[in-house]
Write a protein that binds this ligand. Sequence first.
Ligand code: NAP
Ligand code: 3JM
Length: 332
Amino acid sequence: MNKFNVAVVGATGAVGREMVKILDERKFPIKDLVLLASERSAGETINFRKKELEVQELNTSSFEDIDIALFSAGSSVSKKFVPIAVKNGTIVIDNSSAFRMDSHVPLIVPEVNLGDLKKHNGIIANPNCSTIQMVVALKPILDEVGINRIIVSTYQSVSGTGKDAIDELAEQSSQILNNKKPVRKVYPHQIAFNILPHIDVFENNGYTKEEMKLIHETKKIFGNSKIKITATAARVPVFYGHSESVYLETKKQITIKKLKNIYLKTKGIKLVDDIDNSKYPLAIMSEIYDDVMIGRLRKDLTEPNGINMWIVANNLRKGAALNAVQIAELLI
Ligand code: NAP
Ligand code: 3JM
């Protein structure tokens, strides 16, 4: 089997570290793995396949021998370095929002729109974490009965913001429990014991950029600009796992029983829906399962074509690193 030179850009971050782990777990055929980050962490080491690999500072010659680069160092790093990598012949899977809405860049969730992958010109974009889990959960419904409208509210964990936010929740929780004043650095307000209805920056229409990513990316992945979507994104004091409450209106009616049967047969989805035994998807379960978990499935009480559900997934794995590695596997 061919082996590839792979680079992880942002290897020391919350997503990057998960990428390195997943490349190992899934036995990706790697010749050399190059770990790249900023000058801040150059020289640090990360364990990969029983070897300590030294992190290198990202620069314009980082991609000279690289076949595939997985980027997760933020959108400004991607805007600057992805074109350099592509010019070099490297295929890039970009986790940032920098190129997601570019019409020449496929935005891929393998379970949903694998067919778009072949249109790539060197860059493949990985969607936002909240988009990925929602489209995986809704694709079987879209295929079976069509969807007219989606109303989604997210409950997103702090790991979605990165390593500094994980530290901030831990530190603030400890400060508050020890009667100290919580120190705030990453978020505009205290996150411990709180909920912030604010993720990424506000846009002129009153929505946040995170909410608009969910709206635009879902339409692009489903190849359907007509679906009506509205979103509210909130940050909750949870370390790992994003949860979503989704209300949707289908084109044709479908029974919950039929939908459950479809979900039971769908790869990548785990149905966790046994209310008599208090079983439903929990954020902490996403630390164990890679599947997108669905529960609390019920018919809406007011709208015959309305369905409500609760969706949970690991934002660092299926929401980012795992989806990116799955794309890389399909490419090779
Ligand atoms: P993080 O924990 O803060 O890590 C950021 C990483 O980027 C670190 O490795 C950091 O290196 C590196 N970095 C920052 N500035 C850099 C620069 N100028 N040059 C080279 N490397 C630089 O953040 P994260 O949660 O891993 O997220 C990273 C990015 O991935 C996000 O900004 C976002 O664009 C993307 N993301 C995507 C998804 C998704 O696809 N669904 C989900 C979450 C995040 P140092 O250690 O040197 O600082
Ligand atoms: C998730 O400006 C930035 O670099 C924001 C970074 C970021 C993004 C993004 O926009 O790329 C942090 C967390 C995302 C994302 O997945 O959209």
